[in-house]
Design a binder for this molecule. Structure first.
Ligand SMILES: NC(=O)c1ccc[n+]([C@@H]2O[C@H](COP(=O)([O-])OP(=O)(O)OC[C@H]3O[C@@H](n4cnc5c(N)ncnc54)[C@H](OP(=O)(O)O)[C@@H]3O)[C@@H](O)[C@H]2O)c1
Length: 330
């Protein structure tokens, strides 16, 4: 029987999510990859338990994570029943709906019909009465934002979610969604955005908007899906994301130019006595608006290494400048 480590809260940093009452671990674990029906259950079980032992309280899912879609939520439910479920009140579980999940006009985007049906399905797959955070996974250009946000508000009022969040909304879409949620009486807790040393779009207005509104940020793909680690320095290893079909990290993304940047960044990390993965996470966490860096992992050791990023999240101005010079080369 799994018993969590008594010292699990001693090393992790917990950061307030915007101006809410909720604190999130500086490192959270996402189940987009490596938790599907095609993956080994014992490995995911080991990763989830080790993550919790290391103070990771937040696990991020979505209706479509797998493959096949839905299987990550099923496996997470299985792991809850096997190990972590007794600690439900110490866990922050999130799910999302927005991308294609089932055929027909009600299986994706932002209608009330889709979002509420999807949340019910997610709860059934995970065997939960409620999730902690329900997200609109992407803005829907054809559905009034009032409808999408009122579906999130309804989910919270029905007790099926404790908080509402949005993901992949640009600054203007964020401002509108936040205003509608506030009017409905369910403030927007969190915004989940892609952000890493290689992907900086969020710096162009989104962070300022979140800070002004008191909304927490959580950065997804902070390791650029594995590129900002030592994973690809010697080529594309078997079993890595870039080696697998149907992922969003293509072999063609692992270019010589990219690897030259990775090696130069790796050198800065070495001088900071960190691994590149740790420096990449620390770099994301340096923003006051950032509640958490949301990592993925394929094995326990990766999680152990990532968690140690919190030991040093300070940067000198020279380090930041050097990182910008390297990471922003075309
Ligand atoms: N809201 C959205 O639209 C959206 C989109 C994408 C992701 N997300 C969320 O964000 C989470 C994280 O995304 P991501 O998986 O792309 O994040 P990531 O942390 O940038 O990449 C994770 C990958 O990096 C590698 N890795 C992790 N730690 C490592 C270490 N210490 N050393 C070497 N390699 C390491 C592993 O690759 P290998 O698998 O190759 O070992 C791992 O699968 C997802 O699970 C999901 O919850 C949300």
């Amino acid at each position: 029987m799994y018993l969590p480590d008594d010292q699990r809260y001693d090393k992790m940093l917990y950061r307030r999510c915007g101006s809410s009452g909720l604190r999130l671990p500086a490192i959270s674990l996402g189940l987009w990859h490596n938790f599907g029906g095609v993956d080994a259950f014992e490995n995911m079980r080991a990763m989830l338990c080790r993550a919790f032992d290391l103070g990771i309280t937040h696990f991020d899912l979505a209706n479509n994570y797998g493959p096949p879609p839905g299987s990550a939520e099923e496996n997470f439910g299985r792991a809850l029943r096997a190990d972590l479920g007794a600690w439900r009140d110490e866990l922050i579980v999130s799910t999302k709906a927005g991308y294609l999940m089932w055929p027909g006009p009600y299986g994706e985007w932002g209608s009330r019909k889709y979002l509420l049906a999807s949340l019910d399905q997610s709860l059934r797959r995970m065997g939960l009465d409620y999730v902690d955070i329900v997200y609109s996974h992407r803005p829907d250009p054809d559905t009034p934002v009032e409808e999408t946000m009122s579906a999130l508000d309804s989910a919270v009022r029905a007790g099926k979610a404790l908080y509402a969040g949005i993901s992949n909304y640009n600054p203007e879409q964020t401002a509108r969604a936040v205003a509608v949620l506030r009017q409905l009486g369910t403030p927007c807790l969190i915004h989940q955005m892609k952000y890493s040393m290689f992907v900086r779009t969020a710096e162009q207005g989104l962070f300022a908007r979140l800070a002004a509104e008191g909304i927490g940020g959580i950065a997804f793909s902070p390791l650029a899906q594995g590129l900002l680690t030592d994973r690809y320095v010697e080529g594309i290893p078997d079993g890595s994301r870039a080696s697998k079909p149907g992922t969003f990290l293509k072999q063609t993304d692992v270019t010589e130019a990219r690897l030259a940047q990775v090696r130069a960044l790796n050198e800065i990390a070495r001088q900071r006595s960190q691994t590149l993965a740790q420096m990449a996470l620390a770099w994301v966490l340096r923003h006051g608006v950032m509640s958490s860096a949301l990592v993925g992992a394929s094995r326990v050791e990766q999680i152990e290494q990532c968690v140690d990023a919190v030991k040093n999240i300070e940067f000198t101005a020279e380090e930041l400048q050097r990182i910008d010079e390297i990471a922003q080369q075309d």
